[in-house]
Ligand binder design. Structure first.
Ligand code: GLU
Length: 497
């Protein structure tokens, strides 16, 4: 078999959408699995909507989830340039070829005229398509229209009658009625090719073996096949990936969460978790296994196993997966990832001393089992970094409003203040010692203490987390909480007793 070559061909008209990232990932996984090449091609034939900025956003998004390319605008390669606006002459050659063979013709209809005529078709209950008015103009009629100052676009002549069959790896054979297609534009009046023209020429010249793209392009494929046939190109294999829906089975949109890939970075996702999550939309290994690292994804990915039915973008699942990755990752790595998040939240200084960095790794090690997103460190682990943390409702209701608690916290503060050594053992001994003296269970001291020092009723081992806080900080928090509790300021705020 010839070399496997796949491509991702985004239009640079905005940030990289999760749908785009999904397409890129599948095309990339297939290429890597087959030991083939993956090409990045930028389809900027929409002169109005394409931006330089978006190109940067595409690179950033792909880089973030670890998709690399073998050929592309930045790397070059044997079939460059890889930006369509730099290939206009190439497309023109093929447009000329089609004009020469009579498979294409100039069309002088204005957008207004087209709209008017399509409106009539719609009213008659017909699908609005090009009615073929300029299909068979005589030379004389053409000259007359040009003399009116009309600039033509070029249309491709669809075969009349019959069906065009798309052989799709995922969907099998799908037939399209030629009569419904209508002659379509291949070169705009601006001189730019349309997507259809450019994609067909480029996939051929760049020797793409497998066109892997989103389902929305399936209905374009019969047009592409006819173009390829008219140009004498051997068609590639096609695989149209399932569309992605939200959990309510409507089209994925902002209502379901962010649609831009990089927003997930901002929300505290690890790139490998996001990649794993995207890979499992519309594909599974067929086993229970859901956590797959990069090598496993590459090894196990099969295009034939991709589902035809829509994939679901389930943020709950993404968050769960991220938590699993955080749990398994080593603390040093998670620290690296969480540092910028904490810094952005103003919780750590710009330059960490080596000691402070070491301390941070310990905090991360203690907390990563209990976090699902990197941003959870800003909320759930806030008390490690600042005295300004909220007392949550459960802590208020269960412990901090109790009559005996302020005295107990003060007594504990006094014991802890005089400890010579500040470590898990000495802290634990002090806490249990107080409980013994008061003749109450250790829990009756531990819970109020946790509520005071962290503002929460759950968390990692209390003695371990206290060890990571400075002695005077813990003592200060116990006393502050006692005072607030006595003053009645730690009543539940939600109005429920
Ligand atoms: N530029 C097209 C898009 O962004 C690519 C379609 C294709 O892969 O052929 O949707």
């Amino acid at each position: 078999m010839a070399e496997v070559r796949t491509r991702f061909a985004p239009s640079p008209t905005g940030a990289l959408h999760v749908g785009g990232a999904h397409t890129a990932l599948f095309a990339w996984l297939f290429a890597r699995h087959q030991g083939g090449k993956f090409v990045l091609r930028i389809e900027d034939t929409d002169e109005v909507r394409s931006t330089e900025e978006s190109l940067g956003a595409i690179y950033d998004g792909l880089n973030w989830i670890g998709i690399d390319w073998d050929e592309g605008p930045d790397l070059g390669g044997p079939y460059g340039p890889y930006i369509q606006s730099e290939r206009l002459d190439t497309y023109n050659e093929y447009v000329d070829q089609l004009l020469g063979s009579g498979r294409a013709y100039p069309c002088y209809c204005t957008p207004e005229e087209l709209e008017e005529r399509q409106e009539v078709m719609r009213k008659r209950g017909l699908p609005p398509r090009y009615d073929g008015r300029c299909r068979d103009l005589s030379e004389e009629e053409r000259r007359r229209l040009e003399a009116e100052g009309r600039k033509p676009c070029i249309r491709f002549r669809i075969r009349e009658g019959g069906t065009t069959v798309v052989n799709d790896i995922i969907r099998g054979q799908v037939g399209f009625d030629n009569a419904l297609m209508g002659d379509f534009v291949i070169r705009k009046t601006s001189g730019y090719p349309t997507y259809h023209m450019a994609v067909v020429v480029d996939d051929h010249l760049m020797q793409i073996s497998h066109v892997i793209r989103a389902e929305e392009h399936l209905s374009n494929t019969p047009r592409h096949l006819q173009l390829m046939d008219a140009l004498g190109f051997e068609p590639p294999q096609f695989a149209h990936l399932p569309i992605i829906l939200g959990p309510d089975r409507t089209k994925l949109s902002k209502r379901h969460g962010a649609v831009n890939l990089m927003d997930y970075k901002q929300q505290g996702f690890l790139p490998e978790a996001m990649r794993n999550f995207l890979a499992l939309i519309g594909w599974s290994t067929g086993s229970e296994q859901e956590i797959l690292d990069l090598d496993e994804l590459v090894e196990k990915f099969r295009l034939e196993e991709v589902s035809k039915s829509p994939g679901i973008f389930d943020l709950e699942k993404a968050t769960w997966l991220n938590g699993e990755y955080l749990k398994r990752a080593d603390a040093e790595y998670v620290t690296e990832m969480v540092e910028p998040v904490l810094r952005q939240a103003g919780l750590i200084e710009a330059d960490l001393s080596p000691e402070r960095r070491e301390w941070l790794v310990k905090v991360v090690d203690l907390m990563k089992e209990r976090t699902r997103l990197l941003t959870d460190f800003v909320s759930w682990a806030r008390y490690f970094f600042t005295d300004e943390y909220p007392y949550d409702e459960r802590a208020r209701k269960k412990w901090l409003r109790r009559e005996e608690v302020p005295d107990r916290l003060d007594a504990l503060a006094e014991r802890l203040e005089t400890l010579e050594a500040w470590n898990v053992d000495s802290i634990e001994a002090a806490v249990r010692g107080l409980a013994d003296e008061l003749e109450v269970s250790a829990a009756k001291v531990i819970h109020p203490c946790r509520s005071a020092v962290t503002g929460q009723t759950i968390g990692p081992s209390l003695f371990h987390l206290m060890e990571l806080l400075p002695q005077e900080t813990v003592v200060g928090r116990l006393r502050r909480t006692a005072e607030l509790s006595r003053a009645g300021e730690l009543e539940p705020t939600d109005g429920e007793g």
